[in-house]
Design a protein around this ligand. Structure first.
Ligand code: TMP
Ligand code: ZN
Length: 423
């Protein structure tokens, strides 16, 4: 195998090497690897196999791609959707409430992207420092007035931040922690910069939501880990951090924000922690059953999505993709839906427009171009924004168009059924 791929033998949370093999999706090109249109494509495919640690129940993928390849120049920009912007404001509010921070206090964010979240803290009078390995994104953040180190977060940069800015009352990692292989090193970095009474908040897509909603398309090479609260608690405890609160958030298909603090800090534990731990126990996440059931449902979902699209195409309908998120590219790859089935994908991200989707080679068009010649059906690849998108596309629906919502199982939404679907 190519030397940019590492096979995971020992669990990144608990070091055990006893894995359940849950599902294999085969080998696929990177889900964010949009290509300029060409006559033929040379894309490297990497294996995508899902495993679960028998000891701490970490769900992981078996093969890790060199993070410099994935993130050194990162093309994913923090979404400017209304939902995400509202969520970031909410995170800033709960951060202040949980940590008791005041204007002038330091906030450190890992995976800070272009600094959108930190900008909100700055507006509230906090000092903010970001860390992001993507040099292109850190440059934008710095230009926008959010001081950002272009490197991987760990003890080295954390010590530098501590020297230059002091200790942080709040350390945040939103939707980046699941991308990290060396989680222990990252938590060493957190410990090097967090104040003795500081609060760490880690936001990750939630394992129970993934399992409940068949979110198999969120499994791709960038997403190394799929966390429960229980597994994160095990990990944090190894590094002297105790969990004090957890909140479920509707973003990215269902996420949890887990709040932790150094062991000796005065913060008390909220009931939310025991409540969610109890739910996880009830759902049997410490046993093999829910993972194996997920694998079975995933195979069924993949087959049904493929047949729903192909039946419509067989009836002479035009089907296009709505959005070209990484997970949508993964979904198309897993379902084997290519330019032979899907006319185009429409996406608001300018750098994706004019390219083709990785592996499946479907042209990506701007919303304006899509509107000029709309399809009969849109496969809603950006399903995590369903409510926002169905509202925005009311005209398309009124004109007789339909949406195929792929998750948890494919369902067709039309003008008649849209209100049920959005509810
Ligand atoms: P994300 O789920 O990773 O934020 O990606 C969402 C993708 O969907 C991103 O490429 C932008 C695209 N998108 C649209 O094209 N139209 C929309 O209305 C929304 C909300 C997203
Ligand atoms: Zn483990």
């Amino acid at each position: 195998m190519n030397d940019i791929v590492r096979r995971v033998d020992h669990c990144r949370v608990c070091d055990a090497d006893d894995w359940i093999e849950v599902i294999s999706f085969g080998s696929h090109p990177l889900a964010n690897g949009f290509q300029p249109p060409a006559d033929s494509y040379e894309e490297t495919a990497y294996p995508l196999d899902v495993i679960v640690c028998r000891r701490c129940r970490l769900m992981s993928i078996r093969h890790v791609i060199d993070p410099e390849v994935l993130f050194g120049h990162y093309v994913y920009l923090t979404s400017d959707s209304a939902q995400i912007t509202g969520h970031m404001r909410h995170v800033a509010e709960v951060a202040a409430e949980r940590s008791g921070m005041a204007p002038g206090d330091l906030v450190v964010e890992l995976g800070s992207n272009i600094g959108t979240q930190l900008g909100i803290f700055q507006e509230a009078g906090m000092r903010a420092v970001g860390v992001d390995p993507a040099r292109n994104l850190a440059e934008v953040a710095n230009r926008n007035g959010v001081p950002t180190f272009a490197t991987f977060f760990g003890a080295e940069v954390a010590l530098r931040i501590e020297e230059e800015h002091g200790r942080a009352k709040f350390v945040l990692g939103r939707q980046c922690f699941a991308h990290i292989d060396d989680v222990q090193g990252v938590l060493d970095g957190v410990n090097a910069v967090i104040a003795p009474d500081g609060v760490l908040a880690i936001e990750v897509p939630y394992l129970l939501d993934l399992l409940d909603d068949n979110q198999f398309d969120t499994i791709f090479h960038e997403h190394l880990s799929y966390y429960s609260l229980s597994t994160l608690t095990t990990l944090f405890a190894r590094k002297g951090l105790r969990v004090i609160d957890v909140e479920r958030a509707p973003v990215h298909g269902g996420s949890i924000i887990v709040f932790a603090t150094p062991e000796s800090s005065p913060h008390g534990v909220r009931p939310s922690v025991a409540e969610l731990r109890a739910l996880e126990t009830t759902r049997g996440i410490g046993t093999d059953a829910p993972y194996l059931a997920f694998a079975e449902r995933t195979e069924r979902a993949i087959g049904r999505i493929r047949s729903t699209v192909r039946e419509l195409v067989g009836e002479g309908k035009r089907v296009a993709g709505y959005g070209a998120p990484s997970k949508g590219c993964a979904l198309l790859q897993f379902c084997g839906l290519t330019a032979a089935d899907i006319d185009f994908c429409t996406d608001t991200t300018v750098r994706k427009q004019g390219t083709v989707t990785p592996g499946t080679h479907i042209p990506v068009l701007s919303p304006a171009d899509a509107r000029r010649d709309p399809p009969d059906y849109y496969l809603l690849l950006a399903w995590n924004y369903a409510e926002e998108i169905l509202a925005k596309e009311s005209e398309f629906l009124r004109a007789g168009g339909g949406f195929i919502v792929p998750i948890p199982l494919p369902a067709v939404v039309t003008a008649e059924t849209v209100n049920d679907a959005a509810a």
